[in-house]
Write a protein that binds this ligand. Structure first.
Ligand SMILES: Nc1ncnc2c1ncn2[C@@H]1O[C@H](COP(=O)(O)OP(=O)(O)O)[C@@H](O)[C@H]1O
Ligand SMILES: [Mg+2]
Length: 285
C-alpha cells in the first residue's frame, strides 16, 4: 500500500468514526522493542492521520520522552495526583503526534491502587473523542497495570523477538488475554529484531499454531522488524529511527506494520463504545 493509499483510507476511516482506534503495544519479556515500536508507529500514523496520541503507560518505567527527546514539564503522575488535567500534560512530539508521558522512577506509579488506576482511566476517556488513533506503550508482563490497558484495546500488538525466552513470555501474554473472553479484540504478533523473514515466519507459525490448538484463539500476523543498527544508533541520538533514518530496513518495516494494522482498524470501528469507557465498565464489574 502506498503512502497515498494509506492516507486516503485513514481519512475515510477518520471521517466515519466517532471514536479513536486503540492499539496497545505490549510484550511478555521486557526490552524487546515495545517503546521504539510504539513511538515510530505513532510517527508512521501521524504522517497520514490528523490526530495521533501516544500514551506512555509503562507506569514507573516510562521512557518514550527520552526516545523522542522531548521535555515533559508534567506527566501522568501529575494527573494521578490531581495537579494537572490530561490536556495539560500532552506535548507535541517530533513526527507530529502528541505524547502523554509517563513517570519514571516513581514506585507509586508502578503500583497504582485500583482507585488511582480508575481515575486515570476516567481522565483518559475524554481522549477517545478527540483522537483518531491512540497508541499505548503498556510496559511488559501481565501485571494489573499492563492488563488494564490491554483489556479493551481494539488491537493488542504483542511484540516478541526470536529468542526462546521472549517467545515463551509472548505466549504467556496471549494465554492470559485469551481467557478474558473479549472476542472483538484482535491479538496481533510482531516479531522484532529478526535477521531473515523466514526467522519471523517460524516464530509466528509456532506461536499461532499453539495458540489455536491449546487456547482456541487466532493470532493475527503483524509481520516483523529487522534487527537494524539504525535503531540503537537512533536511540543513542534520542531521535526516533523513522526520522533519523527513514530508509533503513527497520523504517521500511514500520510502514508495512502500519499497513497491516490499518486493515484491522476498519474492523474495530463498529464498536459501540469507546475503549476507556469499556475499561471503566470492567473496573466496576
Ligand atoms: N529492530 C531493532 N534492531 C536493533 N535493535 C533494536 C531493535 N528494536 C529494539 N532494539 C534495541 O533494544 C533496545 C530496547 O528497546 P525498547 O524499545 O526500549 O524495548 P522495550 O520498550 O520493550 O523495553 C533499544 O534501545 C535498541 O537498542
Ligand atoms: Mg519500553
Amino acid at each position: 500500500m502506498t503512502l497515498m493509499d494509506q492516507a486516503t483510507t485513514l481519512r475515510t476511516l477518520a471521517s466515519r468514526q466517532t471514536r479513536a482506534s486503540v492499539i496497545a503495544v505490549t510484550s511478555g519479556k521486557g526490552g524487546v522493542g515495545k517503546s521504539n515500536i510504539a513511538v515510530n508507529l505513532a510517527i508512521q500514523f501521524a504522517a497520514v492521520a490528523r490526530n495521533v496520541v501516544l500514551l506512555d503507560a509503562d507506569l514507573g518505567l516510562a521512557n518514550a520522552d527520552v526516545l523522542c527527546n522531548v521535555e515533559l514539564p508534567f506527566n501522568l503522575s501529575h494527573v494521578i495526583s490531581n495537579k494537572k488535567a490530561l490536556r495539560d500534560v500532552m506535548v507535541r512530539a517530533p513526527g507530529g503526534f502528541r505524547l502523554i508521558g509517563g513517570a519514571s522512577g516513581l514506585a507509586r506509579m508502578a503500583d497504582l491502587s485500583d482507585y488511582d488506576r480508575q481515575r486515570l482511566v476516567d481522565s483518559l476517556a475524554l481522549l477517545e473523542q478527540q483522537a483518531d488513533i491512540i497508541i499505548i506503550d503498556t510496559g511488559a508482563g501481565i501485571s494489573p497495570n499492563v492488563l488494564s490497558f490491554t483489556r479493551s484495546a481494539d488491537d493488542v500488538l504483542i511484540v516478541t523477538t526470536p529468542e526462546p525466552t521472549a517467545i515463551t513470555d509472548a505466549y504467556a501474554v496471549i494465554k492470559v488475554l485469551s481467557r478474558e473472553g473479549r472476542e472483538h479484540r484482535r491479538l496481533s504478533l510482531l516479531v522484532n529484531q529478526i535477521r531473515t523473514p523466514n526467522e519471523a515466519r517460524l516464530v509466528y507459525d509456532r506461536i499461532s499454531r499453539v495458540a489455536r490448538q491449546f487456547l482456541g484463539v487466532s493470532v493475527y500476523d503483524a509481520g516483523y522488524i529487522f534487527h537494524d543498527e539504525c535503531v540503537s544508533q537512533a536511540v543513542r541520538k534520542r531521535e526516533p529511527f523513522l526520522l533519523a533514518s527513514p530508509r533503513c530496513p527497520a523504517s521500511i518495516c514500520m510502514a508495512q506494520l502500519a499497513a497491516r494494522l490499518q486493515n484491522g482498524l476498519a474492523v474495530a470501528l463498529p464498536q459501540p463504545a469507546g475503549f476507556f469507557y469499556r475499561m471503566s465498565k470492567w473496573f466496576w464489574r
